[in-house]
Design a protein around this ligand. Structure first.
Ligand SMILES: Cc1ncc(COP(=O)(O)O)c(C=O)c1O
Length: 370
């Protein structure tokens, strides 16, 4: 696979693309190696595809799959995370097995000059992260026949769009972007909470509802019974997008090259902090989505940042091993994942200057044990 020529399938979300890719390349019952530190919905769509989530040991350097500790020969497929934009070791993971790349966080990350998302059978991008387009996804594949088959499968799963909802979602995204630019994050968060615009959570994860999930498991493979879990934070994850949302997505994506230098400058600045995740120091030239710091009292730091008008998101704590033990094959060495999930503080490099007064004095996380 040279990855240079990819066909791009437009989607309402990254998560729908990951499901389509897993269904297209894997067969129900197959074992998929994956990280336990990723968004809730990722676990649920692997389950919906009828696959066995095999949890990989993670590297404390970058929070991604530790390829030296993982049993690559014992699995049929690998799903990468590229957490916060830090690249998975695709050179080691690509091989005879199926490789699906979750590029939600790594839209602009390159490895030896080649884009993450072009190494595997499929690269699945999200337009709500770097581009801040509210929603949207892109499934990039090499082969025309795969593209056509995935397009057909997508159309079977799409629900019809509703113009009113599309207008509200574009306006909400525009308001979020304006609040960020104008340093109005604190009042915006208060408003969002007052209007119940945030998904209910138990800590940082949605409620598992294990009994209901066990019932849904009887129907695999199939996505709709898993909607109550997979739709977390994006209820329209498989709703067809119309011209308005597509126009907005194009506009947001077109801004990315202009933001690139500012993003890299933020990464470079944060890479000097003693609390930065070690791998970031070698990625100073990469426009990462977030810069992960590893700190002692992460939740107190989040509260301090919020008082200064800096919101923190994309926390995946606890790891799947502890969140959904009955639904996974556990990691042989879960300590680094637990440590990473508990201590990571992801900082937006575009707004590093706003976070620096709080994060400059944070204490590093205690060493990982186990
Ligand atoms: C690592 C990761 N993968 C995938 C997704 C899903 O992206 P989307 O909201 O476009 O479906 C998210 C969303 O937060 C994510 O954090």
């Amino acid at each position: 696979m040279n990855g240079l020529q990819r066909r791009c399938l437009a989607l309402p979300s990254n998560r729908l693309g990951l499901y389509l890719a897993l269904r297209h390349w894997c067969t129900p019952g197959q074992r998929v190696l994956m990280s336990s530190v990723s968004a809730d919905e990722i676990l649920f769509l692997v389950l919906a595809a009828g696959l066995r989530p095999v949890i990989a040991p993670l590297s404390p350097r970058d929070g991604n799959i530790d390829v030296r500790a993982a049993d690559l020969d014992g699995v049929d497929a690998v799903l990468t995370t590229n957490l916060y934009g830090l690249p998975d070791d695709v050179a080691a993971l690509a091989g005879d097995r199926i490789l699906i790349e979750d590029v939600a966080h790594a839209m602009e990350t390159t490895v030896n000059g080649r884009r993450i998302g072009t190494f595997g059978h499929a690269g699945v991008f999200s337009l709500s992260k770097h581009a801040g387009a509210g929603s949207g996804g892109v499934l990039a594949v090499e082969d025309e026949a795969d593209y056509r088959a995935l397009e057909r499968e997508r159309d079977l799963l799409l629900k019809p769009g509703v113009l009113r909802k599309e207008i509200v979602s574009v306006l909400t995204s525009m308001a979020r972007q304006a609040a960020l630019r104008l340093d109005l994050v604190r009042p915006a968060l208060k408003l969002a909470r007052a209007f119940g615009m945030q998904e209910e959570r138990e800590g940082y994860r949605i409620a598992l509802r294990a009994d209901e999930l066990s019932l849904a498991m009887k129907t695999v493979p199939g996505l709709p019974p898993f909607d109550p879990w997979v739709r977390a934070d994006l209820h329209g994850y498989r709703t067809r997008r119309g011209p308005l949302a597509q126009w907005y997505q194009r506009r947001r994506v077109a801004r990315l090259p202009r933001e690139r230098d500012r993003r890299v400058a933020g990464v470079d600045r944060l890479a000097d902090l003693p609390v930065v995740a070690p791998a970031v120091r070698e990625l100073r030239d990469q426009p990462l989505f977030r810069v992960p710091l590893l700190v002692t009292d992460r939740d107190a730091a989040i509260a301090a940042l919020e008082r200064d008008g800096v919101a923190t998101g994309y926390l995946y704590d606890p790891p799947y091993d502890d969140y959904a033990p009955a639904f996974i094959e556990p990691s042989p060495a879960p300590e680094a994942a637990r440590w990473w999930a508990r201590h990571v503080l992801p900082v937006d490099p575009l707004y590093a200057h706003r976070a620096l007064p709080v994060i400059s004095s944070l204490r590093p996380a205690p060493p990982v044990t186990g």
